[in-house]
Design a protein around this ligand. Structure first.
Ligand code: ACO
Length: 330
């Protein structure tokens, strides 16, 4: 049996309706719109409603992606949810999303924890599983309710994050030239402590002491991560282009992880790819971790920034530290 060529057949996204502006945040913590905007490029972010969980956001995005692909839940036999904010520690949020979408028991469903690189990790995993011929159509979803793990008293982190979901349907190419050209993943585990949620796992189980010590929230060494992020993304982009004998000129649109506008600007400068070829929506949604790239990708497609025949470059970094890139032809 010939190895099938795998393409992205459709995308979808969802953001909660509640908008939280910098102005509102400056009434909760000691910060200003000006500080947040100049240091990060973020103007506002979305916050999930009470009772709205990661699986709800994921299911909305997945439904939109299925419609875009012209498929139904019955066509899906692989479902991956990339998230660091699962509905529950167990079972996997993917199984909850499966139930919400009405996907049959024949489907393999699991979560993937690669933080902000989760969607690129999911693309790599799903495309390899589909290429094996053992699965036909996959849903890869990046979904986060980061507002549930943000310390709303900590101005150094709470201004950065938001809630959202983005999804892609993958399957055999429909003969129009569309395909996932390549994916490349990396991890630098020695830097895990730079960005983590210290408690709630087996190393530091939940206790009254961990609760009192605010150990269930995101802790981050922002300045250090900034430098590493630019270097890691540069390496990932250089290597994937080189391995596939491509140059930056051939990339119609770069979809970077939306963590900080200054990081994206630094990458644009070092890669000598003009900033207007980067799709940027961090100003409206902040950093939505695993949801960041599929949300931006879906918006970019809907706004006509990604057209048939174009090659896009996805590039991510996140907790782990994980990083990676993908080249996708449409
Ligand atoms: N409002 C006002 N002042 C603030 C705020 C705030 N919200 N936050 C920090 N400050 C202060 C600091 O206390 C510090 O004050 P000091 O000089 O008196 O000590 C000053 O501002 C400068 O702080 P820095 O941390 O040096 O600011 P920097 O320019 O590095 O910007 C930021 C901080 C935005 C976090 C930046 O470092 C960054 O974006 N880093 C990358 C982080 C990132 O991308 N993380 C996501 C990874 S993805 C994932 O997997 C979830």
């Amino acid at each position: 049996m010939a190895t099938p060529t795998i393409a992205i057949l459709g995308t979808g996204s969802y953001v909660p309706t509640r908008v939280l502006t910098n102005e509102e945040l400056s009434k909760k913590v000691d910060t200003t719109d000006e500080w947040i905007l100049t240091r990060t490029g973020i103007k506002q972010r979305r916050i999930a409603a009470e009772g709205e969980s990661t699986s709800d956001l994921a299911a909305h995005a997945a439904k939109a992606a299925l419609i875009d692909a012209g498929l139904t839940a019955a066509d899906i036999d692989l479902l991956i949810v990339a998230t660091i904010t699962p509905d529950l520690p167990m079972p996997a949020t993917a199984t909850i999303v499966q139930h919400k979408l009405g996907i049959g028991t024949h489907a393999a469903c699991f979560d993937l924890n690669a933080a902000c690189s989760g969607f690129v990790y999911g693309l790599d995993t799903a495309s390899a599983m589909l290429a094996s011929g053992r699965y036909r159509h996959a849903l890869v979803i990046g979904a986060e309710k980061l507002s549930s793990v943000v310390d709303w008293k900590d101005r150094t982190t709470c201004v950065l994050f938001g809630d959202a979901a983005g999804a892609a349907v993958l399957g055999p190419t429909r003969g129009d030239g569309a395909r996932i050209i390549a994916t490349k993943l990396y991890s630098e585990g020695g830097m895990a402590e730079m960005l983590c949620i210290p408690a709630g796992g087996s190393a530091n189980p939940a206790s009254t002491a961990t609760l009192a010590g605010d150990q269930h929230f995101i802790k981050m060494k922002g300045r250090e991560i900034f430098k590493v992020a630019v270097r890691e993304m540069e390496d990932a982009v250089e290597e994937i282009l080189e391995q596939h004998a491509m140059t930056a000129d051939q990339i119609a649109c770069v979809i970077p992880h939306q963590a900080n506008l200054r990081i994206i600007e630094a990458l644009s400068k070092s890669m000598e790819i003009p900033l207007d070829r980067f799709f940027i929506n961090v100003d409206r949604f902040g950093n939505t971790s695993g949801a960041s790239i599929p949300l931006a990708l879906d918006e970019a497609r809907r706004l006509g920034r990604v057209r048939r025949g174009d090659t896009t470059l996805l590039v991510a970094f996140g907790a782990g530290l994980t990083y990676g890139a993908a080249l996708v032809r449409w």
